[in-house]
Design a protein around this ligand. Structure first.
Ligand SMILES: [Fe+2]
Length: 339
């Protein structure tokens, strides 16, 4: 017996909703599932205009998904209910596919509506997995930060406090939450490269020789080498690589200038200097925030980015920022001594 298919019957019983319109958006066919989704009889839909049956804010505009699919001649994916009024409030994923005739001319549109529950479940799982990944990333950064601080007691807490000031400056400069997270992570491990510097040099109380300074000055590059292969959502390796660069090219290791230096690195360099100057070091006593502010003023616009300096000085002199207060909270915006 010859095998034959009744396409009408197959399409009628297809589990996803199907609708076919001609080029003027007159509905030519709907299956049972589609009629059930929109809550209307099949015979009421066939022959009517799509925009009459499903009026929405995008009807007759260039942004109507049917018009867009017709224009780009490619399938278009969208979520129903956003633009068109339909009876069934369940989430539906709609694919609009242009139909071309044998001559390659546009002949109409096929719209397929499928249950989006699975898609939404998938999206939720993806978001949860993303959250878990962020937590793990934060824990790894924390572990790296502790590793260097355990080895170098004089900088214990330095990275954490620098990160705190970085966050405050970035907030002052209206950075997005996402961008602030990247800067905080970079700041929390910015001296990671010191892992490669002998402890005797790191903790040396007196003045450094040229050779010892040269070893210390390798630390941004060492950190870059350690981090460059890790695909963080932010350019952490590059930010850290640049944290001793200065706007006028007087920094190290590459003597970058101005816009060659990432804004994150300009913030980190200012925060690093302020934190270092306000803390005790084996080679000098703590100099205090006043001297740190003076250093920033003296080199504003030359070594340090002017807007970063302004934001930092505002925080220190007007907004009561200090490194000690754990509960210091930034209010919404109103209106070289580091080795
Ligand atoms: Fe450093």
């Amino acid at each position: 017996m010859a095998f034959s298919l009744d396409w009408q019957d197959i399409l009628q019983h297809f589990p996803d909703g199907l609708m076919v319109t001609d080029p003027s958006f007159t509905i030519q066919f709907v299956n049972q599932a589609f009629a059930q989704i929109v809550g209307l009889e099949q015979n009421r839909l066939v022959g009517a205009k799509c925009h009459q049956m499903f009026p929405g804010s995008l009807c007759h505009s260039d942004q109507c998904p049917l018009t867009r699919a017709q224009a780009i001649r490619e399938p278009l994916l969208m979520e129903a209910g956003e633009h068109c009024k339909i009876h069934n409030q369940a989430p539906w994923v709609v694919t609009v596919t242009p139909i071309m005739d044998e001559q390659g001319q546009f002949a109409g549109l096929l719209e397929k509506a499928a249950d989006a529950v699975i898609l939404h479940r998938f999206k939720a799982e993806l978001a949860a997995s993303h959250g878990r990944m962020r937590k793990t990333m934060g824990a790894i950064i924390q572990a790296m930060s502790m590793t260097i601080e355990k080895r170098d007691p004089y900088t214990a807490g330095h990275q954490r406090r620098t990160a705190k000031l970085c966050r405050a400056i970035a907030t002052e400069l209206d950075f997005s939450w996402e961008r602030i997270q990247g800067l905080r992570m970079a700041a929390a491990i910015h001296d990671l490269g010191k892992i490669h510097v002998p402890a005797a040099i790191l903790n040396k109380p007196g003045a450094m020789s040229e050779h010892e300074m040269a070893i210390i000055r390798m630390h941004p590059h060492t950190a870059f080498d350690i981090l460059k292969g890790i695909h963080f959502p932010w350019p952490l390796a590059e930010i850290i690589y640049q944290h001793h660069e200065r706007m006028d090219g007087s920094g190290y290791p590459r003597q970058l200038q101005g816009d060659q230096i990432l804004l994150e690195a300009r913030i980190l360099s200012v925060a690093d200097v302020v934190e270092s100057m306000s803390s005790f070091r084996p080679y000098r006593p703590a100099l205090g925030l006043e001297q740190a502010t003076e250093e920033l003023r003296r080199h504003r616009g030359t070594m340090y980015d002017a807007q970063v300096v302004d934001a930092c000085i505002r925080l220190l002199t007007e907004k009561g920022f200090d490194f000690k207060t754990k509960t210091w909270q930034q209010k919404p915006a109103a209106g070289s001594s580091a080795r």
